[in-house]
Each structure stands twice: as C-alpha cells, then as structure tokens.
Write a protein of this length. Structure first.
Length: 319
C-alpha cells in the first residue's frame, strides 16, 4: 500500500535550519508519511536516523530536478513539497489531508509566514512581501487570508500535489532556480486542474533580510518568472508585467520630458500619486516607514527589470 504523503525536501546539505524543518515534519499529527531528503551529497546526522526518512544524494542540481528525482524514487498518494528553510505547523499534513479527501482538489497549498524568531531585517522583508502594493493578489501567500479559494499558482515551499496530476501534467522544469512551481501550475490549469489555496495549511519560511539579499531574491524570482511566462503566455498573465510596465513608463517618461514639455504635468501627477499610495500602504507599520517605503519602490524596480531580462533570456537546455 502506498504511503499517503511523501514529503520532498531538496537541499544543498546539512544546516541548522534544515534540522528544524525535519523536526517539524517528524512532529506531524498525521502519521502516514515518509520524508525524502535530497542533498547534493550524502551526510549523516543523528536526528535523521529515523525510519520515516530517506536520504538520497542527487548531485548539484536546481531544486526542480531534485524534486523530480524524489518523485521518481518514491511512491505516494500525494507529494508534499517544502523548502529546507521552512517549518510546517504541527497540523500541516492533517489540514492538507482534510482538503485532499475531496476528489476535485488535486493541487493545494497555503501561506508561508514569517517566523516569529526572525530578526528585524527579515521581519521587514516579510512585511514587504505581505503588502498588497508589493505582491498584489499574491500577497495572500504571506499572510492568513481566505479559507479556500482558487489561485493562479503557489510556491513549492508549501504545496501538495496528487500523484495522478504528474501523469497528465508531467514533471517540474529543471533549468531554472525558481518558477518551476508557477510553470507547473500554468500547465495544470491548461488541462483544467485548479490550484487551491487554504490559509489553514501553514509553514513558516525563513526570509532574506533587506536590502541586498532580499532584492537579489526578488530579481531571481522575476528573471525566472519572465522566462517561464513567455513559454506559457495567455492574456491573463499580463498581471505579472505590471512592475515592468511601471519601469518602462518611468524611463520613457523621463526621455519624453526632453521633447514634450506638456507631458510634465501628467508625468508628475502619476509619480506623485504613486508615492502617495506607497506612503499610505506603509502607515500600518509606520515605525519602519523608511525601510518599507524604500523597499516597496526598490522591489518594483528590481522585479520590473528582472522580469524584462527574463523575457528575453535563453537557456542552453530549454525545457
């Protein structure tokens, strides 16, 4: 009989946060599961000497390939995906199971929240990600919101996919560091398989501190998302282009001011309105006004540029 859940965790190697991730997985109230840990190279640690844990070295590959290896060497009704720097709530599997009993639900995930023990720079990163002006409708990923709804895509740091889905959709793309999750959800949607979101299925995900580590991550997300979007484009994905449109407007607007003076009023009005909306969105966390105000603007500019570069990028092994 198949294990109900196989938890797949790609990682580079052992670290203390991975230790916390494994402890969180082993502490689940729902007991029918196994953990497949996929490091670059084999390692030993006392905590991992457990019948529920399988360690398989994969070599130095992107997470998408590691996850595909985990799927190939295991058998499960449902694959549970989590990152090596995320900690699940104790009822993580139980809550997912309650939804997955419904035959209509094939893919489901939930929020990845900022851990309470995060330092200030990491917490501000989490505040930015949960700000609607930063991530738009995707901000639900970073806070508890609606109980159940259909979404466009969700990240693999907290995602459950039934085994049968892989038979029709195929495996994850392997040649990008991120965005293989979005690509998978896009392909599933084309086949009529929705991605569901529930705020009850919770993990706590380590944040990159502002500014440079956070912005590097944002650029990588945008770069890979741009590359994947061009492979699956439909008009409703124009939503992903908004930061890039904003960046283009800023640049063209500055250039146009040299030749079209009458454009000055419109341009200044738009920029003033933008700064006003950014300021208003910061007030709920006014103690960190400078960091959040500048963080929102930098996120838009970095994401917008990364997305454009990703749109026009090519890979040696495109898949």
């Amino acid at each position: 009989m198949k294990t109900y859940f196989v938890i797949i965790i790609p990682c580079k190697g052992y670290n203390e946060y991975l230790n916390k991730t494994i402890k969180g997985c082993l502490n689940q109230t729902f007991k029918d599961f196994k953990i497949y840990l996929l490091p670059d190279n084999n390692f030993e640690n006392n905590i991992f000497k457990n019948d529920k844990i399988v360690i398989k070295s994969t070599g130095n590959y992107f997470p998408g390939k590691k996850r595909n290896i985990g799927i190939e060497i295991s058998e499960a009704e449902v694959y549970a995906f989590i990152d090596s720097d995320a900690i699940p709530e104790r009822v993580w599997l139980e809550k997912a199971y309650n939804y997955l009993k419904d035959e209509k639900i094939k893919i489901i995930g939930g929020p990845n929240l900022t851990p309470a023990e995060s330092n200030l720079r990491e917490k501000i990163s989490g505040i930015l990600l949960s700000n609607f002006l930063v991530t738009g409708k995707f901000s639900i990923r970073y806070k508890k919101n609606l109980k159940l709804e259909t979404v466009l895509e969700l990240p693999l740091c907290n995602l459950f996919i039934k085994n049968e889905v892989f038979k029709s959709v195929g495996k994850f793309k392997e040649n990008t560091l991120t965005a293989e999750d979005a690509d998978f959800c896009f392909r599933a949607k084309k086949l009529g398989i929705d991605t569901k979101y529930s705020s009850e299925i919770v993990v706590y995900h380590k944040r990159r501190p502002i500014f440079l580590p956070y912005l590097n991550q944002i650029f990588q997300y945008a770069f890979d998302k741009g590359y994947r979007i061009k492979k699956n484009f439909v008009p409703k994905y124009l939503y992903y282009f908004l930061p890039s449109f904003f960046l283009i407007f800023l640049l063209i607007g500055l250039y146009s001011l040299i030749f079209f003076k009458y454009f000055l009023f419109f341009y200044c009005f738009f920029i003033s309105l933008y700064f006003f909306l950014v300021f208003i969105s910061c007030l709920i966390n006014w103690k960190y006004l400078f960091y959040i105000f500048s963080g929102i603007i930098l996120t838009h500019l970095v994401y917008g540029s990364g997305f454009i570069i990703g749109l026009f990028s090519k890979r040696e092994n495109e898949n």
